[in-house]
Design a protein around this ligand. Structure first.
Ligand code: HEM
Length: 244
């Protein structure tokens, strides 16, 4: 298969899986968990999974693979850098609102904060993401950041980007599992696999599949924007390379 055909197959697949994740988490929380509100009740908690999956998984994943779309390769890189930073900022803001929803709900119900493994992974990945955004913004978008800094930052930025996606998927899977154990602690038990649990399990599988496709796109060398490949960076003046 030609690289562009295989790329677009993966890219369209990632869009479809991302959409399926958003639909699935929204249906779960609106239909099975009673819907949404911002009043410190359990309805406020329901924003948490929806915003985390939409922000820190789907929007984040799509924002990460934006540079790989071959249609953008012949074009000026700067608008795509700005779009990448903007998508990541929206994703970060949605995640922070998603965290506020659960912290506020816990505080109102006197439930302790940050006790579970899920919450530790979750808070760590959100902090890493915020640091990654600020460092990426300062290192790659501010015109006065030196060339040597960009060359140093790039492999770290790419590695950290993939790690953040992997960690946010781990946070989602542990969060879904924890929620299902809370909901089905009594009747009916989780082991009877009620319809709601089937939907939530499916959401977990869709999130993992989405992550695998995005990580495949990120790790395929031929799908990198040609002027972003490490061997080309050695030969292209970086300021020209970054802003052309
Ligand atoms: C990237 C995705 C996610 C991140 C970063 C994340 C982060 C967090 C954090 C930091 C807390 C602790 C809040 C506190 O202590 O007051 C929390 C709580 C919680 N989250 Fe998530 N979450 C994510 C996705 C999900 C998903 C998809 C679900 C599925 C329903 C979920 C379910 C829960 C539950 C049940 C709690 C309350 C119990 C606990 O503190 O562990 N989370 N989350």
């Amino acid at each position: 298969m030609r690289p562009t055909v295989s790329f677009y197959t993966c890219f369209v697949l990632s869009l479809c899986l991302g959409l399926a994740c958003v639909v699935c988490v929204s249906v779960w929380n609106s239909h099975w968990r009673g819907g949404f509100a911002w009043d410190s009740s359990s309805l406020q908690f329901n924003w948490h999974p929806v915003l985390m999956v939409t922000g820190l998984v789907v929007l984040y994943g799509i924002g990460a693979v934006l540079y790989r779309v071959p249609l953008t390769w012949g074009q000026n890189k700067l608008p795509w850098k700005i779009l990448h930073a903007a998508l990541m900022l929206i994703s970060l803001v949605l995640s922070i609102i998603g965290l506020c929803a659960v912290f506020d709900f816990h505080n109102a119900k006197n439930i302790p904060n940050l006790y579970s493994l899920h919450s530790w992974i979750g808070i760590a990945v959100t902090a890493l993401f915020a640091i990654q955004w600020v460092v990426g913004m300062a290192g790659f978008l501010l015109p006065w950041s030196p060339t040597s800094l960009r060359v140093l930052l790039k492999p770290i930025h790419v590695w950290m980007g993939g790690s953040i996606l992997t960690l946010s998927i781990a946070a989602c899977i542990s969060g879904i599992n924890e929620k299902l154990f809370f909901v089905f602690s009594k009747n009916p038990p989780y082991s009877k696999l009620p319809p709601e649990a089937v939907l939530a399990n499916m959401l977990g599988v869709l999130i993992v599949a989405f992550g695998m496709v995005v990580l495949k796109i990120l790790s395929t060398h031929e799908w990198q924007r040609p002027d972003s490949r490490p061997e080309d960076i050695n030969y292209t003046p970086i300021l020209q390379e970054e802003n052309e």
